[in-house]
Design a protein. Structure first.
Length: 228
């Protein structure tokens, strides 16, 4: 039987995941939510200071029958997902790593899927969710909620810092009369940097900057806790 996949928050992220689910053979033309086998919570988040749409969707999702896995994919700060366990079990956090200009490709052909949940050490994922994940034919890496939430931020933090380094090095190239475009092919062939590195100067997009701000806030909190 084909799994029935439901969504709450069909903004860009949700619509992309819905289309990827259809490509992978799942039914997303659902009537009532209680008829779903899995429900994904997917509102886009522009700023971690405003999670109102995610809160609204999660408040709705926790009232679904407990047999239905609820999978949060929205971009949230560490600690957000775990608090919903007070209201309901069978909740998961799945890291989104789509890129705006290649969103559907990335959602349909991910390199890996990172899943955070409460029982990752002691038990197996629910059958419906495990079936869904296996359809994408990539490694599934399980960890705690907080590790998965931070993984999303860490990915964007690394990417933003790549752009920052690229801008600095391109400025040095201009200063000394070097041609940065001539240098890029040689840099990409270094396995430690790689063919997909962000080596074109520019500005990080809003989602990268959102996660940089959150990481920097967490760093300040961590440093404050370690101060005698």
């Amino acid at each position: 039987m084909t799994l029935r996949i439901g969504f709450c928050g069909l903004t860009h992220l949700g619509e992309t995941l819905r289309r990827a689910s259809e490509i992978r053979g799942f039914d997303t033309a659902i009537g009532r939510p209680e008829e779903c086998d899995i429900v994904f919570v997917t509102p886009d988040v522009e700023d971690h200071d405003d999670l109102s749409e995610v809160e609204k969707c999660m408040s709705w999702a926790v009232d679904l029958p407990i047999r239905i896995p609820v999978v949060l994919v929205s971009q949230v700060p560490p600690g957000f997902t775990r608090k919903w366990l007070k209201k309901r079990g069978n909740i998961f956090y799945q890291v989104d790593t789509i890129i705006m200009n290649r969103a559907l490709e990335r959602a349909t052909l991910p390199e890996r899927i990172i899943v955070g949940w409460d029982g990752w050490r002691a038990s197996d994922l629910p059958k419906a969710y495990s079936t869904y994940l296996s359809a994408f034919g990539c490694p599934v890496i399980e960890m705690s909620y907080e590790s998965a939430e931070l993984s999303k931020l860490a990915i964007n933090y690394y990417l933003a810092k790549q752009i920052e380094a690229t801008n600095a090095l391109a400025a040095v190239a201009r200063h000394i009369g070097a041609d940065w475009d001539q240098m890029i092919p040689g840099l990409r062939l270094d396995a430690r940097i790689g063919p997909h590195a962000y080596l074109r100067p520019g500005e990080p997009n809003g989602h990268l900057l959102r996660d940089v701000r959150t990481i920097e806030r967490l760093l300040k909190e961590a440093n404050g806790c370690s101060t005698p």
